[in-house]
Design a protein around this ligand. Structure first.
Ligand SMILES: [Zn+2]
Length: 200
């Protein structure tokens, strides 16, 4: 029996025709308010509001590239970002940084109610600068690790964050057990000795 003729899928259905709408998205300290006027070369621009209240028109590619994250109020972090960000855009650490900001500062994000909606924030230094975040957290130790807050009601900030496996995170989320762990530079020190020969 011959195969039935294949139905042609219209290319319009495959290719995303609709231009990307960035309204409501959060990039560092910036929240995108609306589409702005095109620049002199006809490229798209967006009207953004910085955390400090300043509004600016920022080019689409700069926003998407993660190179502009504040109006200049965090100028030093901004310079560091520009110098260091190249080549880091596709790393898991970079997407962790972006995801954390979205969850906490973008009310349209699916997980916002569990984070920003509960008052969890990303400290301004980390929001304004991926390198500052990365310098503290370091590389993700391996697959299966994600960013974890030691105090689950605390912010994403130095002293409260570490890379942890899902198992460690689940243990940390168990209510009413207080087990203060101290994280330094992304490394985890548990306040008890790991099971060794003496524990047998
Ligand atoms: Zn600002």
């Amino acid at each position: 029996m011959p195969d039935p003729p294949r139905t042609r899928i219209p290319w319009e259905a495959i290719v995303k025709v609709k231009p990307l709408d960035l309204s409501g998205q959060v990039y560092g300290l910036y929240t995108v308010l609306d589409e702005g006027p095109r620049n002199g070369c006809g490229k798209r621009q967006w009207l953004c509001r910085c955390e400090c209240g300043v509004q600016k028109v920022v080019s689409h590619s700069h926003l998407r590239g993660g190179r502009i994250v504040s109006c200049g109020c965090h100028q030093r972090s901004q310079l560091a970002t520009n110098n260091l960000i190249h080549g880091m855009e596709r790393t898991c650490e970079y997407s962790t940084w972006g995801g954390m900001i979205q969850r906490c500062h973008n009310p349209r994000n699916n997980s916002y109610r569990h984070y920003g909606g509960r008052g969890i924030r990303v400290c301004p230094e980390w929001r304004a600068s991926f390198p500052t975040f990365y310098a503290y957290m370091g590389r993700r130790p391996g697959p299966g690790y994600s960013i974890d807050r030691i105090n689950v009601d605390g912010d994403y900030e130095p002293g409260n964050c570490r890379w942890a496996t899902a198992t460690v995170q689940a243990r940390n989320k168990r209510p009413r057990i207080r087990r203060p762990a101290i994280a330094t530079g992304g490394q985890l020190f548990l306040p008890f000795d790991p099971p060794g020969p003496s524990a047998r």
